[in-house]
Design a protein around this ligand. Sequence first.
Ligand SMILES: NC(=O)c1ccc[n+]([C@@H]2O[C@H](COP(=O)([O-])OP(=O)(O)OC[C@H]3O[C@@H](n4cnc5c(N)ncnc54)[C@H](OP(=O)(O)O)[C@@H]3O)[C@@H](O)[C@H]2O)c1
Length: 247
Amino acid sequence: METILVTGGTGGLGWPTVEQLNAPGRDVRVLSRKPGPGRYVGDLGTGSGLAAALDGVDTVLHLATSRGIKDSAQTRVLLSAARAADIRHIIYISIVGVEKIPYFYYRNKVECERLISESDIPWTILRATQFHHFVGGFFRSQRRLPALFSLDVPDQPIAVEEVAARLVELTGASPAGRVPDIGGPECLPLSELGRQWQLAHGTKKRQWTLHIPGKTIRPFQAGHHMTPLPGAGRKSFAEYAAEEAGR
Ligand SMILES: NC(=O)c1ccc[n+]([C@@H]2O[C@H](COP(=O)([O-])OP(=O)(O)OC[C@H]3O[C@@H](n4cnc5c(N)ncnc54)[C@H](OP(=O)(O)O)[C@@H]3O)[C@@H](O)[C@H]2O)c1
């Protein structure tokens, strides 16, 4: 029996990953700050509950995020507890292009990658492009606005289930260091993704593309957050939007 702890197992990526990991021969634990079935209550901010959650664990999938600058401190806390628990493999999810984009959250991801790769725990790091639901969430958040705004950046969104499937493969494999980045099947202007979103949702709002100057957005405009085509992902954003609209 292989025992796996998934940090962030209640999140947008964590949930489908846990679903796909659940199979005979695997004991899958979810770390969460809130109690629930199959969960180990713990907090990466304080380290509480980590020793119990990690006891007897072989592999840790570190998918939790504060969506901010606390990630590196939390990764440090996790690594220290994982070392004490003699974990055999830690797998971390990062984002394509983090080292090229001077965005505070991405700088913090670079620091998390460094902490993991310099730790004495065998590791694997996978970088992915933006998830479909992240881009969809950007458009959904504008549902009460009379227009649909985009930025003049391209994007290569990927289905979260496809990232989850890759993480499951990596869980069953030996620690591999930095593995090839994973991205969606198409690189499209955000405005085109907005058009596809409107088509799926039956809305016809006027679309505006905002040009925001600055050194943070420039690498996004240059596409440093994308992988070469064809990306590893198969499901298009249009397919995702149609499914999402039908729910
Ligand atoms: N979103 C994207 O487009 C994208 C693209 C590429 C890579 N990624 C990476 O994928 C990972 C997952 O992203 P996501 O969008 O799925 O995240 P999410 O939905 O925001 O989920 C965050 C998770 O982190 C857990 N968490 C937060 N603070 C915690 C703490 N102090 N202690 C324990 N758990 C804590 C939450 O668990 P509880 O609330 O249950 O405690 C939750 O399960 C992140 O590393 C992100 O950088 C995201």
